[in-house]
Design a protein around this ligand. Structure first.
Ligand code: NAD
Ligand code: ZN
Length: 347
């Protein structure tokens, strides 16, 4: 089969022929219908030189959906042809966290297929004709009305901001404001998730005019360009109080500075993007009792909730499809800010 492989750190991915995966006991092979191109893959190609608990080479693609293709010995409950979303963070499956479906925070990394990763992150991912999934528990059957191309980005580009927003639900009653910084793949879904699950006013911030327009199309109440006036505009829009919740889907020095400036006292700043910035903290800045957290992906139960939101039409990933032969071009277009929503590879 064909596979788009990252051969080494600081390298371009290569489309090569590899053997078809064969499912061992308990394992499932999925025929890939869609694999999302995430900005994290650009960080893998450009920024990392190690420091992660796994190494290239591996096949890219950690946002995957498709159809069950073959099942290994002992697998019950899923049969060939079943459309499925693949839950991405592959934990050990048996620690206290994994038993609750919180495999993104598995506490027994030595027992996981690869510590802190999964298919496309240390192990072979979905930018290939077939994807080996180590356990059937990692598959969520697609609800009616959702196909694998629409579902693929939901497994990360929606699940990650869903987890971030969900943990802040209590701070988003009517009258509150949420700010989403960076409204690309994750951010355009963060906006929709906020509108679908809270009563907050939503302000989107992005350098790109196209992304700000997309955020407004997807329900944002206001879109703001970063720069000298951005913090003042957000303060004005909130009657001077600031934003109850800021979700930073960039994580750069300047976006964290903005997040810390516009947060409301007692609010949340949640750092989702991994652009490597730092948030300076001094007495009263960020404002008093702002909670700051970084989040990694989401839980298995939350993926079921995200798929339900999408099947009911409450959130929709804006998708541009590319065949596997054009996956490298899709990444270049993502890097150049030419993708609206998410690029999805359709092997
Ligand atoms: P993307 O490229 O699709 O979107 C990023 C958006 O941010 C773009 O619209 C871009 O114009 C905008 N942007 C860039 N710099 C900006 C700035 N200084 N101010 C305002 N806007 C700015 O990327 P994506 O796939 O949505 O990923 C976003 C980030 O989230 C990446 O760093 C990615 O690695 C990370 N990520 C984290 C997790 C997690 O679990 N924490 C999961 C997936 C992705
Ligand atoms: Zn990702």
């Amino acid at each position: 089969m064909r596979a788009l492989r990252l051969p080494a750190w600081k390298s371009e991915p290569e489309l090569v022929e590899v053997p078809d995966p064969v499912p061992g006991p308990g394992q499932v092979v999925v025929k890939v219908g869609g694999a999302g191109a995430c900005h994290s893959d650009l960080h893998l190609m450009r920024d990392f030189t190690g420091g992660l608990p796994w190494e290239p080479p591996f096949t890219l693609g950690h946002e995957n959906a498709g159809w069950v293709h073959a099942v290994g010995a002992g697998v019950t409950g899923v049969e060939p042809g079943l459309p499925v979303a693949v839950y991405g963070p592959w934990g050990c499956g048996v620690c206290d966290r994994c038993r609750l479906g919180v495999e993104n925070y598995c506490e027994n990394p030595a027992g996981a297929p690869v510590p802190g990763g999964g298919g496309g992150l240390g192990l072979d991912g979905g930018m290939a004709d077939l994807l080996l999934v180590p356990d059937a528990r990692l598959l969520v059957p697609l609800p009616d009305g959702l196909d694998p191309v629409a579902a693929a980005p939901l497994t990360d580009a929606a699940l990650t901001p869903y987890h971030a927003v969900r943990r802040s639900w209590a701070k988003l009653p009517p009258g509150s404001t949420a700010v989403v910084i960076g409204v690309g793949g994750l951010g355009h879904l963060a906006v929709q998730i906020l509108k679908a699950t809270t009563a907050a006013r939503v302000i989107a911030v992005d350098t790109r005019e196209q992304a700000r327009a997309s955020a407004l199309r997807h329900g944002a109440d206001q879109a703001v360009a970063p720069g000298e006036r951005a913090a003042a505009e957000i303060r004005e829009a909130t009657g001077g109080r600031g934003a109850d919740v800021v979700v930073d889907c960039v994580g750069a020095q300047e976006t964290l500075a903005l997040a810390g400036t516009v947060a409301r006292m007692l609010g949340d700043v949640t750092i989702v993007g991994i652009a490597g910035g730092a948030l300076p903290v001094t007495f009263g800045s960020p404002p008093y009792e702002v909670s700051v957290q970084s989040t990694y992906w989401g839980t298995r139960p939350e993926l079921i909730e995200v798929l339900d939101l999408a099947a009911r039409g409450l959130i929709t990933a804006e998708v541009t499809t590319f065949p596997l032969e054009r996956a490298v071009e899709a990444y270049h277009r993502l890097e150049n800010g030419e993708i609206s929503g998410r690029a999805v590879i359709t092997p």
